[in-house]
Design a protein around this ligand. Structure first.
Ligand SMILES: Nc1ncnc2c1ncn2[C@@H]1O[C@H](COP(=O)(O)OP(=O)(O)O)[C@@H](O)[C@H]1O
Ligand SMILES: [Mg+2]
Length: 299
């Protein structure tokens, strides 16, 4: 649960409104038959930011994206561009780009034809197809989509998602299973899109990705938001086990809490030239998550 106190904290902010936020969610719940999958989720996303929904598999991330993009019913409030997600109209859909698992790419069509088809549906000028493919670095537009590698398919899906220059982009685990080089390329593309003013709502269970890219993250566990904030600020707030590990020249390892009381000891070790190496273990979003839920994001 976004603990009710932090929910109230957020809700008490005067800009917690559907008018001030491009995405507005308040006490949103989803039940599949008898299974509660989202439980009173409340969160907002400001125009132009990258927002990351972090959580392990089964947390409810895809369900939330499907609700926001008008594909599932729900209880509570959810709005995009101040329009309720239950009944999004064409005027909002034209501003939304999405990349979900069921990516809707036709294997037997070329990359060009896949995008041209989508362009026609959205009334987009065909010239944009080449631009979008160029943006994601797919020069081989005539290749059959079915022949692309996983990373290239991901980039094709991204090209399709941005083809109509949306204001909001929903990305469900955009880099999951990709190699580090392709992952970095996608991160660079997302950073570029953000510079152009696009709002990005992404899900991930990769907290490094979230830390690097996101202005705000919400940590989702079993359908409940357990924390929300800026990645750096969250890490600082859960700074408890910030340790300094010192390897001494004689091979001994000393672990100390990173706090002023230990400064003298560390200074002494330096002064007597006993230190081989020194490392501080910064808190990470993964550690914050484990602290809050008792489990990691990959579990
Ligand atoms: N159509 C559905 N019917 C019943 N249960 C579902 C359905 N879709 C998802 N779920 C369940 O909802 C939970 C959250 O799923 P999901 O949103 O896909 O999580 P995530 O994307 O975080 O991995 C899971 O337990 C999943 O089994
Ligand atoms: Mg999912």
């Amino acid at each position: 649960m976004m603990s009710s106190s932090s929910y109230q904290e957020i809700a008490a902010k005067k800009d917690y409104t559907a008018e001030n936020n491009i995405i507005y969610i308040e006490k949103l719940s989803k039940v599949f038959r008898t299974k509660a999958v989202l439980n009173e989720v409340s969160v907002t996303v400001k125009e132009g930011e990258i927002f990351g929904l972090l959580g392990p598999s089964g947390a409810g991330k895809t369900t939330l994206i499907k609700i926001l993009t008008g594909q599932l019913s729900y209880d509570g409030e959810a709005k995009i561009m101040n329009q309720t997600c239950r009944m999004l109209g064409r005027d909002v859909y034209d501003h939304i780009g999405m990349q979900l698992d069921n990516c809707g790419i036709y294997d037997r069509l070329s990359c060009n034809d896949n995008l041209r088809l989508f362009a026609r549906i959205h009334g987009v000028d065909r010239k944009k197809v080449a631009q979008a493919l160029d943006f994601v670095g797919l020069s081989r537009g005539t290749d059959c989509a079915g022949k692309l590698s996983r990373g290239m398919t991901q980039r094709l899906v991204l090209a399709r998602a941005i083809l109509h220059s949306p204001r909001i982009l929903f990305l469900d685990e955009p880099t999951s299973g990709l190699d580090p080089v392709t992952t970095r390329k996608i991160h660079d593309l997302l950073t570029d899109l953000k510079k152009q003013g696009v709002t990005i709502f992404l899900t991930t269970h990769n907290m490094e990705e979230a830390h690097k890219l996101c202005d705000h993250v919400a940590l989702l566990n079993n359908g409940v938001i357990v924390e929300y904030g800026e990645p750096e600020e969250l890490c600082r707030r859960y700074n408890r086990d910030n340790q300094i590990t010192i390897l001494l020249k004689d091979g001994q390892v000393q672990s100390l809490k990173n706090e002023p009381d230990n400064a003298d000891l560390i200074a002494q070790l330096f002064a007597s030239d006993q230190i081989e190496s020194i490392h501080s273990s910064e808190p990470t979003l993964e550690k914050v998550f484990i602290h809050l839920t008792g489990r990691g994001l990959e579990d």
